[in-house]
Write a protein that binds this ligand. Sequence first.
Ligand SMILES: Nc1ncnc2c1ncn2[C@@H]1O[C@H](COP(=O)(O)OP(=O)(O)OP(=O)(O)O)[C@@H](O)[C@H]1O
Length: 921
Amino acid sequence: MSIELESLCQISISRTMRYSGNLRLKLLNWWAPPNRLFLRHKHITNADKLPLRALNGVNPVQFLMDDDDPNPNSVNLLKETNFALKCAKFPCIKIGDSPLIKLYGEDDTILRLDSELKHLEEIEKVDKKFPEPWHSLGPTLVKPVPQSFKEENLEEKFVEEPLPENRAHWESILDRSLKFLPNTTSRLANLLEKSGFPTIRKLLNHFPRTYADLQNAQGAIEDGHYFMFKGKVISSKGMRGGAQFGILEVLVGCEIQHIESNANESKMVYLHLKRFYRGTRFTSKPFLDVIASEYKEGDHVYISGKVKKKNTEDHYEMQQYNIDMLEKEEQKYAHLERKPCPVYPAKNGLKPNIIGDVISRALKALNNKIDPMPSEVLSEFNLLNLFDAYLGIHRPKTLNDADLARRRLIFDEFFYLQLGRLFQMLEALGTNLEREELLARYRNDKISKVCISEWGPLTRNLLKSLPYSLTSSQLTALSEIILDLKRPIPMNRLLQGDVGCGKTIVAFLSCMEVLGSGFQAALMVPTELLAIQHYQELNSLLELLDSGTEGFKPTIALLTGSTSTRERRIILKGLQSGDISMVIGTHSLISEKIEFRNLKIAVIDEQHRFGVVQRGRFNSKLLSRLRDDSMNHDFNSDENKAFMAPHILALSATPIPRTLALALHGDMSITQITDLPPGRQPIETLALEGNEAGFEKVYKMMKDELVADGKIYLVYPIIEESEQLPELHAAATDYESISGKFEGYNCSLLHGRMKAEEKEEALTKFRDGQTRILLATQVIEIGVDVPDASMMVVMNAERFGMAQLHQLRGRVGRGSKKSRCVFLSSTSGTLKRLKVLEKSSDGFYLAQADLLLRGPGDLLGKKQSGHLPEFPVARLEIDGDILQKAHLAALKVLSISNNLEKYPGLKAELSMRQPLCILGD
Ligand SMILES: Nc1ncnc2c1ncn2[C@@H]1O[C@H](COP(=O)(O)OP(=O)(O)OP(=O)(O)O)[C@@H](O)[C@H]1O
């Protein structure tokens, strides 16, 4: 009985088995020289796949079924099997006289490149006991291939394999299983899959940990180093290594320059290249002869890999190597340039060499059609195409190649993140016009001139009444915001500025622009204290309004957790009816019960404390109302404007470097206030050890400050003394002793456990000058504004993060008075970090330094960094410029095709990387 294969390269026995119940094919073949199949007893089990090859491409291969099976059942079963039935399902195998049986479905049929020899090698490679052949480092050189195994032709077939309809080329290759790679047995593919490489993309994204220096073996050859050689094969032997394995040993002689003596002298070194094949079946003579015959005496070869000295002088052993045949004359005499050699990290027990070897094969299977990135983006942003990037990172000729490749791969990480966020935002918009409008805004993020005359009368009125003039960056920021407010789509803007730069007034004026045209505004802040402060400040500014001109004075309400039920009810009613124009409050503003009549702007102060989720909730609450309403969606009609999602203006004093801001808020426009109001004096900063001498010095400084009419904040890490942390100073505990020490100057206490009115009273007394020393915890960190506070002392300062300390320091120096800040450390060891603050008062610089020092997670704190996506290659702290480019590129792509219809490849890639984005989260 025989099975005929029709140019078939692989049979999945498991499919046959499944199909034919208990059928066990006893195949006699193992591996094949040109015209015959070697017969060997082998039971094929359910899981086995046997790679086969049509030996001359035309004649069918014959498999002989062994009728001498010691187990008669299998033969009987075979005989009893109704092949006619099977053949209907598998029409390309012929069993006996039956019609052909097809083993795979149309899509799965892949022409395999496997040679039996390669198959055996792979089995070796997964074996843990022996070192594996080393992956190729010289892709330009020719590899010796046994005559009958025409690898190149088969590779071509792999690449040109017809793709299923609607599947882009890059999608079909990069996202395919490793099974489809040339020379990869299913056993190896399964092993790779289990180790975390289910697709070719995953494998190619396993980047080298570092690059070893692959040197031309000209000088001294050091043990354990990577070298490349050119030489001639002296002998090639296949040997039995006992009953369990076969060994191929190729001896190569290389003539190298002997640098220890005269420069013109050369010497011979001998390389013993060893490869092991584990398994009794690899000990047979025919097998050993065939592997040995791959290399013939006198062959010119190129070898690269790690050397190990042998006992005999000038003899080296190489078990991790790559060998390529040098066929062209110029290759034989060309100088070998030193180059980087990728060193891969192991993964889930999989050895780096196996990984490197499969990566080599994957690279061979790719071509430059795999890149979905539009060519205009590649050229505008000076990027390598993806194919070259993969080659560059895995097989660089120079370290510069690797660096260029790395930049392209980082670009992708950022680009798809930005594209996803922007795409999602555009998807949420109804019409094409709105999308174009939004993109136009992103493109012209910066405005060139400020036109105050185009602002609303209320805004101009308040501006005129201010006791100071806005700085130029405050004016530009406000213009950008007002321009956004006039547009028919919701703004999503982040206003950043260092502590005390005057963001609040910009936010107030933005709200006035909206209130003046009859809409409502909401200002949400993280603490009650801040809500009260803003409420008081806005009311006192409105008092200054020149009531004679326009006559409209908006009504402002304060809504916090401490607002009484009765008052709350009145406020909610007022917001619903529109009688209240603006509400300032804490996160109670996003509670479900609040209904606005026509909210047009929501300002979120210190937005990083609320996190992206809460910001989104504010938004979606109103969005859902918009969707629920059965009105027509013409955004320009006045009625509909009331139901449009509100404009969002987020304020952030935490100086997030632009890089981080983009990564976090890729979907937001960013405005930065870069200057401070005039007349500010630099804060004199001192970092001291909090020992006796340190405290004495500080008390002396405090006394001087009080005598000079100053006001002092004392900041503590905790409220009450703690037994667990005896070294920490506590605000409430210190109150008595400080009051005693500075007799004649009143002190007050402010901490989170106090009631809202008590906090307000303490702050008001301090602001009014009734108390001159305020002992506080970090509740004052955010937004507290007492312009004439002139000194701050922070106890156990190392307990606070750098950004936090910078925020705290920003509570002083907010007026024209010269101010000082002292950071006291618990020990001398912790003083060093605090000294950085002595040198710089630039929040952005400090944040950047923090980012470099501690990485993004630490800078933002756990809560917020959870919103940061993970970047496998990129490091936010150093790759900010690439992120910026990626942002621009994403905008460019979307402005050409805002639904990505023109770029199906990008869309496919995006859906693969961020499926929720395309599906609609
Ligand atoms: N252009 C200006 N000229 C003079 N003083 C100004 C100007 N703008 C704002 N101020 C004042 O500067 C102080 C700090 O402003 P504001 O509280 O708005 O800063 P901020 O950026 O919100 O700071 P923080 O991040 O600390 O909350 C306030 O007292 C404010 O009145």
